[in-house]
Write a new protein. Sequence first.
Lengths: 660, 461
Amino acid sequence: MRRFSPKRNYESTRKKIGYVPLSDATEKDYKRIGFKSGLEVHQQLDTASKLFCRCPAGIYHDSDDYDAEVIRHMRPTLSELGEYDGTALMEFKTRKEIVYRLNNDNACTYEVDDTPPFPLDREALDIALEISLLCKLNIVGEVHITRKQYLDGSIPTGFQRTAILGVEGEIELSNKKVRLIQLSIEEDSCREISDVGHTRIFKTDRLGMPLIETVTYPDMFTPWELAEAAEYIRFLNRSTGKVRTGIGAGREDVNVSCEGGSRVEVKGVAHNKWIPLLSHNEAFRQYALLHIREKLNLRIKDADKYKISYRQVSLNNSDLISDPVKKAFDANMHVYAIKLPGCHSILSHFTQPGKVFADEISDRLKVIACIEKPNMTHSEEIEAFLPPDYWKKISDFTEASDDDALMLLWGPEDDIPTALETVEERIQLALEGVPNETRKSFPDGTTIFERVLPGKDRMYPDTDSAPIPLKDDTIEEIRSRLPESVADRIKKMRKWGIPEDTYKYILSKNLYPLIVSISNDFGFEPKRIGTFLGHRFKNIEGRMKAHKNFNHNIIYKLFGFLHSRGLEFEIADPMLKVLYEHPKMRHESILTTINFRKKKSNDIIAPIDFLFEKFTEEKKSKNNDCATNWLMGQVRKQAVGNINLSELRQKIEQRIKGDD
Amino acid sequence: MTDQIFQGYRGRALETLKKYNVRVWGQAYIETTRGVFRGTVLPRAENDDDMHLVLKIDTGYNIGINITTINTMKETGFKKANYKIPEKEFPYSDDRPNVKLFGTGGTIASRLDYRTGAVIPAFSPGELYGAVPELADICNINTEKLFAVFSENMGPEQYITLAKAIGKEVENGTNGIIIGHGTDTLHHTAAALSFMVQNLPVPVILVGSQRSSDRPSSDAALNLIHASYAAGHGDIAEVLVCMFGPTSDEYGFLHRGTRVRKMHSSYRSTFRTIGDTPAATVRRNGLGHIKKDYNPRRKDKKVKIMPFFDEKVTMLYYYPHMKPDVLDSLVDQGYKGIIIVGTGLGHVNRELYPALERARDKGVAVFMTLQTIWGYVHMMVYETGRDMMAKGVVPLGNMLPEVAWVKLGWALGQTNDPEKVKEIMLTPVCDEITEREPYNGYLVYQGGVNEVEEFVRKFRK
């Protein structure tokens, strides 16, 4: 066998494709690889009920807290246009037994598909229409409930009920407009508890909760643009004040491709801050796969006829019983030695940071053949744990040449045929380029295979639901109470002089309406309110634990109180700290708690002369600022709430100047 | 022709399509007051309004366009969908039993019907094999579509056709028969065939699905697999209903055709044997016998077909304070037999007595069954019961009301002699009246009780 270092191969291939870490990447890098991406943003709506049944929405329970279980197997069906969906066929191959756990508090017979749907929740529809209008979408005349097949078991019916509300809209980012393809309203899926071997367990608490999905065109050409678009859509959804927040309430699917690659969907990204790294790595993974294709195509002429070859390793092959083989035998598994013709140096080819092409195979073995990892090892492991002479024996056993790569695969006997098919198929796909996949994301920015990317062949009209007409009156009524757009809000805040560093917080917490109402109703300056909310309130929220009854209206009422009592703005901060933990406490009592006493401004200013003299006696500093600061410190406590602090400062400064 | 081009559209929507010369399956560009829409015009369900066009947009979703919002539209292309269940040749083998599948219109495998928006069944062996390839491991299936009616439209005419077809198929030497059937009146048909087809040498299995086969979680495929096993390999040569045992995809029950009833409007496990246990459970690879006494499979072909039915039979569901004119008018309409579904142990109010006497005097056969579904008619317990028997009302033991209706039609189809009718009704053919009710024949447990909750959590998948 020729001398070959998988580790060096990994490094050199990474270099060859020009992988750079996200922090070092520039627009030029993305132009070079042809980065292109779009978003599917999922957002739960804050309704009382689920979408197609009258179970309460938003009540979650622990995985072990259930009243009953139901088992289902999924079987692919034809789409409306008469095609089987590719994903559906893959999932059927996996032969999963799917278990659903039901809790009577949040699931009924609808969730497990033992009762047909009830009429679509009107509250959810209204919220979704409001968001559709904010997205400037063309609203449909009639809502048609469609079934979108999901055979992974995440929905017990085997399909998600979903409906388009609008098409062709746009959002406005700082530098460009991003086009929207569509917005749909749909039922949320189950939460997975576990997926081991042929059994996948779900809980049904989240199932059926109303969700919207906003889909953009692939108009984003850098990871940062992508993140900005995701943030914008999040803020837009939240600007209605009628969507859920918190873990899992908003989730993004990120569609990424590089030039010559394919659309790959990175699923369920829970935090927008993960988006840049995930999309960056995915684009480079595709770029690496294209490089692999180029290499393979030089060696393998007839891609259509590509075949792997394999031999079963049995107890008789005593010289092949290595450690992993022995372990597999102990677990009652079958072991196969596989020759991958023409794949030398491919298995250790860079794909993602810390990952190689062999991982693409192993990931698929887990998902499609249901063989838990580790399910294979190969001749190009970066950290080799089987010596080269062992692989020489495998090479002889499989009659391999230097151009080939070698694999050992193990699993339960029943899963072996699917496993071997899966290995061969992955190499065939490598000869074509980048397979259309959905991939699961990890916090470290890497992804793994989840399933074949479903197409439009999985759509089917819902024969259980009648179409819902959307009248002009309904739409105009909703339009009449739309909040300002996020772009307009940003422009306004800039005009008012609210510092930029507060925008993200204000928009994500939807505090903008509070600024406007406090300003309109009580005459406080928007700049001060915005700054207060974006700095002081954020600070309080970061450090203290809110009482469950605390809400934004309590801040509004606080400023109403300040206004009616003629108190100055600065008292809001200490008062809010108390209200945050005791939202029902009377404002007067809070004033007592924080030792506030009402004083006339003259009474506060009065001792300044005396204090200044004291300052000049004791401190030798000639610095006026120093004097002002010291004086402010002396009177501040009585001043807060009684006099505007910047006015007080001016008065002190004047006094000092006057003395000069 | 217009029907073909503008499938399902009518009224104003049809006019709009004609005005702009856009066909169904045409790709349309539509400018509306709500913006521009592009997509393929789909057929519209006939019962939907005439104010909207249905469009499949590029992402595969369907939307509706209100025709009053349309400023202009034009057809930019045309592509008709070819909806077809993939047909594969059924791999017949001499090693496997031959099973005949009769189609009546249920949904074992199905496709979309644009006319009604509902689903219509696929049926040929090739289509079935395409949809449920596992069938080929169990038996050789041949199919015959006897009629295509929805379950609720099945009736005596169809029972007779089915009975005769079964007789013919047994003569032909089949190893088993499956009848695909909608679920709503599956148990009525099962009862009818239990009476009309006697001394069966092979199983006759009625099967349906509670979830149409156009959805991935349908029970259709598994029910069909179970039915194929029961028909091809099972030892119980009786008319049986084969449907889900639990709501999970686990096993099916084989219910005796005269003791089974649909008990939930939508659950998969809707069919239950009433007042007894099911005959057996069935899985992909075997039967689990529950009842020990059954008619075993035989080699001969000596089946007895009794295809009789008189449609002048009816059921009267009693309610408090029912007036005698209700009963009188049935008698006046010429009904020869009436099944009363009475309260409690089998009672009606005193006000009805004169009408009962009148019915008896006119030679109408009147029988008593129960609204309680479970239990026996006991007309000797209270005086009212004894009064009614004196007026000619005959108690039918624990015969289910629907079964009693079927049997009375079958009996009157054979004779008009009141005594003979009574004799036929009271002589059980296949457990429609049982001598005893086992303790586990009535198990309607109530939720909320600890031990029941524990059972549900652990075992009732």
